[in-house]
Design a protein around this ligand. Sequence first.
Ligand SMILES: C[S@@+](CC[C@H](N)C(=O)[O-])C[C@H]1O[C@@H](n2cnc3c(N)ncnc32)[C@H](O)[C@@H]1O
Length: 250
Amino acid sequence: VVTPGEFDLRAVAARVPLPVDLTGKRCLDVGTRDGFWAFEMERRGASEVVGIDVGDTTKHDWPLPRPVLPVTHRDALAAADMAFGVAKEALGSQAQWRDVSVYDLDPEDVGTFDVAFLGTLLTHLRDPIGALSAVRRVLRPGGVFVINEGISISLSLLRRTTPSASLMTLDAPFWWVPNRAALIRWVEAAGFECEQVGRPYLVSRGPTMDRPKLSRRNYLGNPARQLLLRAGMPHVAILARPVADRVPEV
Ligand SMILES: C[S@@+](CC[C@H](N)C(=O)[O-])C[C@H]1O[C@@H](n2cnc3c(N)ncnc32)[C@H](O)[C@@H]1O
């Protein structure tokens, strides 16, 4: 059974720096949606996997005033919840789906983790650094944090070392698209040390993600970008570890 998703992540699993052997590890999948990364971590031996997501789309980070959601959008998100359940049953998985916002991650509620995975989420958040800091709260010292996040290729080429981001639309929960340097800076500013940062790659669209239309309007503005986006969404993978809190000097 292959559930139709927004992204086809099967090829990506081989290239992100997620440890091959997660035997005995307690793992967190942040923004799990259909659960691809939750089930992948379980497949790699995790002893326990918790996937968190925000089921109520009105609680996503919308620009204000929040537009009324089209029914098709609500239906698509409801179908995604079912995809987690379908895959869980088909795999005989023990992974848990919890309705918790990344901002609200609290060790008293979800416990602490050896490994956290965050996939294609920061672009949906008004405060990406706040979200990354929240992940640090629930990661054990020495824990592993793996990120597979969208980036802007043009900003990454134009400004290789200067952290920069562009802002997306006003009518959807889409915010910052960072360049590679900005993504690294966000992770560092949230209290992590980046151990591995890969080169950009394209994540293929799945059946439920529309391709940009081949219209003159789309292509006249920025043809290279439109052709790239038809091929896939540029991403970068990072492996980071939490930096210990500094003890204040007395
Ligand atoms: C583009 S999907 C990525 C799904 C999956 N991680 C992947 O890699 O394919 C983004 C997911 O983040 C969820 N999300 C949005 N805001 C969130 C928040 N504040 N906390 C946790 N998840 C959130 C959305 O509901 C959606 O399922």
